[in-house]
Ligand binder design. Structure first.
Ligand code: PHE
Length: 347
């Protein structure tokens, strides 16, 4: 092997040893640089006789081209390797399932409330919202439940350390009935002195509070109360309307309803409303879903209306209770634990 072949081999070996582009450029300088081996060989030609110069020059050129080719090849290899590393680092597996943003959703109780509002709206009821911190008069006295009346203990609630004009503490409303009174008062005022007053038809859904806590009672719960007052409204209307409501809410006609005598200070007579499913897992048992009754004349008077002329009914149902029955939930507390494993089942 002549000296030039050895030089080419050495260059190839040096290039192969270079594993980074900078190393390769250093190796290149050794062979092709200004003071590299090839340049030196070219300079050495100066002493040669003219006839030898030609063949020697051609031979050096062949070696130079071989080294340049080896350099180009190695540069390409290193560039390919670098690209490969980069591609691997940025690898994208298009077969992976996409990442979704977790969707929020309505709480089952809010969902039930929206349903209830839609059903009553379709029956011509207005939906009224009102304060959760109430005066003693609206929560109790206006509802014919004066201070010291024993019926107040049925609705024992929480009090706020703040007194109203009568010197009585504000309370967290134990039912949404106060909103019925507020709504009816506004209605009566609006039509005062007029020949004709349209019927009052309203539901008041919302948060309510009581000193109660077990699997079926929570210190905070949700109620929907309804009120229908007019010149000729009776229990018959309540029955037809409520039956229609529960059948729509539970999406079944295989459902019976009964009134069971009860007591509330604000209604006379008063009744609990029980329903019984004829099919499904709850079939055959009477389930209490609502209090109800004919609005007491004193309450009608407190609303600013003449009880000799106006009469009607009211009911109060637990939204949580209705949601439990609809979704088959057996512990009320599950609604308020905030456990996503439970809540996401309703989405
Ligand atoms: N306000 C009653 C309660 O909270 C329910 C009710 C409303 C009963 C209207 C009769 C009429 O228990």
């Amino acid at each position: 092997m002549n000296e030039l072949d050895t030089l080419v081999d050495n260059a190839r070996a040096a290039f192969a040893n270079a594993t980074a582009p900078a190393d390769l450029e250093n190796a290149k300088a050794q062979f092709l640089g200004k003071s590299g081996r090839i340049t030196e060989l070219m300079k050495g030609m100066a002493q040669l006789p003219v006839d030898e110069k030609k063949s020697r020059g051609a031979a050096i050129n062949v070696a130079k081209q071989a080294i340049e080719a080896a350099l180009t090849e190695r540069r390409q290899q290193l560039a390919d390797a670098e690209l490969d590393v980069q591609l691997r680092a940025e690898a994208l597996d298009v077969t992976l399932p996409g990442r979704r943003r977790a969707g929020g959703g309505l709480h089952p109780v809010a969902r039930a409330q929206e349903r209830i509002e839609a059903i009553f709206a379709s029956m011509g009821f207005d939906v009224a919202d009102g304060p959760e911190i109430e005066t003693d008069w609206y929560s109790f006295t206006s509802l014919n439940n004066p201070p010291n009346h024993p019926a107040r203990s049925m609705q024992d609630t929480f009090y706020v350390d703040m007194k109203d004009e009568e010197g009585l503490l504000f309370n967290l409303r134990p039912h949404t009935s106060p909103m019925q009174v507020r709504y009816a008062q506004a209605h009566a005022k609006k039509y005062a002195g007029q020949e004709h007053m349209p019927d009052i038809r309203v539901i008041a859904p919302g948060r309510t509070y009581r000193v109660d806590s077990d699997a079926t009672h929570s210190p905070m719960f949700h109620q929907v109360e309804g009120l229908w007052i007019g010149e000729n409204v009776s229990f018959k209307d309540l029955k037809v309307m409520y039956l229609d409501f529960v059948r729509t809410f539970f999406e079944t006609d295989a459902l019976k309803l009964r009134f069971r005598p009860s007591y509330f200070p604000f209604t006379e007579p008063s009744a609990e409303i029980d329903i019984m499913f004829e099919q499904g897992p709850l079939a055959g048992r009477w389930l209490e879903v609502s209090g109800s009754g004919q609005v007491h004349p004193q309450v009608v008077r407190n609303m600013g209306l003449d009880p000799e002329r106006y009469i009607g009914f009211a009911f109060g149902s637990g939204i949580d209770r209705l949601a439990m029955l609809r979704y088959g939930v057996n512990d009320l507390r599950l609604f308020f634990d905030g456990d996503l494993r439970f809540l996401s089942q309703f989405q």
